[in-house]
Design a protein around this ligand. Structure first.
Ligand SMILES: CC(C)(COP(=O)(O)OP(=O)(O)OC[C@H]1O[C@@H](n2cnc3c(N)ncnc32)[C@H](O)[C@@H]1OP(=O)(O)O)[C@@H](O)C(=O)NCCC(=O)NCCS
Length: 165
């Protein structure tokens, strides 16, 4: 059984490893192996993840298997205007197609019930992620040129309207 729960400081090492592996696997074909590794290693240290947990505008979830291992992770951030971005959603490849990503997404959406919409930025070329988000009601609302996208790569801003309470 895998269950979704709030991330804690005890998870930072596992989540750092999961992000490092997922960035290398997902983004090496798009931005090159060394850039993908460098960007992930810079951003996703256990210390950085622990600092994010202290920020009340961030909300982080993990999917924990019955054996205690971490199978997935999602993080959303609310900006000063109250707009929420799904910043990260990563699951282990053996979970692809299992519905776990949808469960994590729904945990994030449930935590933000009452908001008009939620947005995210996805690197162009990450076709599996774009297909996943489209399937879950997100639409492309903006294309960012390479100079303004993640890691100097063109990206898509997608947004999903949420039912208002
Ligand atoms: C993005 C992610 C969370 C989605 O979870 P998932 O379990 O793989 O998603 P699903 O299998 O439910 O949906 C993916 C869809 O894309 C389709 N797909 C797979 N590869 C594809 C490709 N190259 N091009 C287009 N569609 C593709 C799948 O068939 C599936 O659609 P279907 O359910 O209609 O068959 C997961 O793949 C992941 O962790 N990826 C690595 C990290 C990442 O890219 N995160 C997003 C950062 S913004």
């Amino acid at each position: 059984m895998t269950h979704i729960r709030a991330m804690t400081r005890n998870d930072v090492d596992d989540v750092s490893r999961l992000l490092g592996a997922s960035w290398r696997r997902t983004y090496s074909p798009i931005m090159g192996a060394s850039t993908a590794a460098r960007l992930s290693d810079d951003r996703h240290t256990p210390e950085a993840l622990a600092t994010e947990l202290e920020d009340e505008d961030n909300m982080s979830f993990v999917a924990e298997r019955g054996d205690g291992s971490i199978a997935g992770y999602a993080m959303a951030v609310m900006d000063k205007q109250g707009d929420v971005m799904l910043e990260r959603l990563h699951i282990e490849p053996q979970e692809f197609g299992s519905g776990l990503a949808a469960d994590l997404l729904h945990a994030v959406l449930a935590a933000h019930a009452g908001l008009p919409s939620i947005a995210l930025e996805v690197i162009e070329g990450n076709d599996r992620a774009v297909a996943f988000y489209r399937k879950h009601g997100f639409e492309v609302v903006e294309r960012r040129q390479a100079a303004h996208g993640v890691g100097g790569h063109a990206s898509l801003i997608m947004r999903r309207l949420l039912a208002r309470a």
